[in-house]
Ligand binder design. Structure first.
Ligand SMILES: [Zn+2]
Length: 179
């Protein structure tokens, strides 16, 4: 018997599926051939491994069960989104109020306001875009509108504060010139 013929019969040989004559021929070849002995050992090891895999195979309704449990869970992403929107809004308002207060009390000079305002506007535009993108993703048009409203109100407030500061600066300059 050739090795190829022996190997072709080994699986059926292990299962006792061969005729007595064929099994005897395979047994004779195995006794003389180390290569086919090794192949038989490999086949047995593979069979054992497959048996273990079958043991840990999940039940047939595993996916449905997991998906049902996930569906039953409260949505943490939604809660996180809401708190993030709230945080962005607060950051926005606080930043603008702080700048307006500093400008109104004259701590910030108008040149500084222009510079700081530009910087802040850049940062707030980013925050606004972020807000808008999140709102758009969750189809929360109300949040987007609220974001735009907050930006507009804050911008108006800072404009009023800046104009008052500019007028004070102007008066000071005029006063200095009059003397
Ligand atoms: Zn052989």
């Amino acid at each position: 018997m050739k090795c190829s013929a022996c190997k072709a019969r080994l699986a059926r040989y292990r299962e006792g599926d061969l005729s007595a004559a064929a099994a005897s021929a395979v047994r004779d070849h195995l006794e003389r051939c180390q290569g086919c002995q090794a192949f038989l050992a490999e086949l047995s090891a593979l069979e054992a491994r497959l048996a273990r895999v079958r043991e840990i195979e999940p039940r047939s309704d595993f996916t449905q069960l997991v998906m049902a449990r996930i569906a039953a869970l409260p949505s943490p992403a939604r809660a996180g989104q809401r708190s993030r929107l709230w945080w962005l809004g607060m950051y926005d308002v606080v930043a603008w109020v702080l700048l307006a207060a500093l400008a109104a009390t004259g701590i910030l000079h108008w040149q500084a306001i222009v510079g700081e305002g530009g910087l802040l506007a850049g940062r707030l535009a980013l925050a606004g875009a972020d807000l808008y993108r999140i709102a758009g993703h969750f189809h929360l048009g109300v949040y987007a509108a609220a974001g735009v409203l907050i930006e507009s109100l804050a911008a108006i407030a800072i404009a009023i504060a800046a104009r008052r500061t500019l007028r004070n600066v102007g008066n000071n300059l005029l006063g200095a010139r009059a003397i």
